[in-house]
Design a protein around this ligand. Sequence first.
Ligand SMILES: *Cc1c(COP(=O)(O)O)cnc(C)c1O
Length: 426
Amino acid sequence: MTDSNSSNQGFVRRDGELFCEGLSLADIAKSTNMPAYVYSKALITRNFLASADALKAVPHLVCYAMKANSTAGVLQTLARLGAGADTVSGGEIARALKAGFPANKIVYSGVGKTPAEIAFALKKGIACFNVESEPELELINAIATENGLRAPISIRCNPNVDAKTHPYISTGLKNNKFGIPIERVEALYLRAANMPGIEVKGIDAHIGSQITEISPYLDSVTKLLDVMMSLREKGLEFHHLDIGGGLGIRYREEDTPPTPKELLWAVRDLMTERGFEKTALFVEPGRSIVGNAGVMLTKVLFVKKGEARDFCIVDGAMTDLIRPALYEAWMGIEPVIERHDVKPLLMDVVGPVCESSDFLGRARELAVVPGDVLAVMDAGAYGSSMASRYNSRLLPMEYLVDGNRLIPLRRPDTFEAMVDGELLID
Ligand SMILES: *Cc1c(COP(=O)(O)O)cnc(C)c1O
């Protein structure tokens, strides 16, 4: 899907040629190691503001879920816009701080926080630990008490709602490892309120990813509000309600997610109805901020005729972009320059990695010859942040486009860098 509703924002096709803001993707491809990610600063900005502006009249914090794309330059862009960060490891907290997110805008989720990570986050003064189990709460209390501190916490509830998304990215169902069953949450808050190292700040849930309907969110928020009502009667008030992330984007024509404003206003209405209009609303969007703001450029190496099907072999692989292999995700694949001098062929677009799951797209009609450049669309989220060096492949290049400016976000990876951390035996 190309975004063509605004001339110089994001990815636009002009005379058959795909541009990112003011720059031709074909020109970028000529000047760089491939494959390469290219992000639009204007789109990242617009996507962040879609949530932040929708909430500007009420207390809120938009915490960018940085696992979606944790490249320093992307983080800096969002930190400068005033975003908070949703993190899931000590490494992400360190990255967030380095990129300029203030500690008091960082929330920390994750089912397996280690003692070292908890101590690190606590000493940095993060805004909130999103606690995912009873033993985790006790550990945080113990570490905080030991250090003479009080840890701000929220309990991540598992509301047992169906987010109606792929099972691998569904996180709010009973059988998921995430959060604490909603039935146990109230009793745990009452215990938490009496723990010396704990300061109860919020309540949260995160029910999954690539959610394209509002109703699962409202089901989840309704259950959280029930808990908040009941605890209010017992004298426990919350500073914030955090609805998690998960808002979907339009990978295909038929994906029709609500806008952030539609979602957030519906949630605010529900909060107001129940008497929680003074409670801050936190949201943790990842995909909906960076997803459509990036493409991955990859070059066609060979067109290979098979027995049962034909293959378009490209230099980008599952190691650069694992979503198709991992979640069977469908991603748009478009030539950066349309060509009309060869017949389109139905092909699987596959990478060089020695795995049959190494594909970027299946059964795509493409008119290409070796040397042509393809753009894998909507690749800004869960792309580069999931890249690996499996098969001893170099990490993909990454760029930010700001108008007519091409800003490299990393040094080209090298064979030396690849083995830099390894030690040889005698
Ligand atoms: C992954 C994650 C998010 C972001 O999900 P998106 O689908 O990218 O918006 C938010 N919160 C938590 C706790 C997560 O694990």
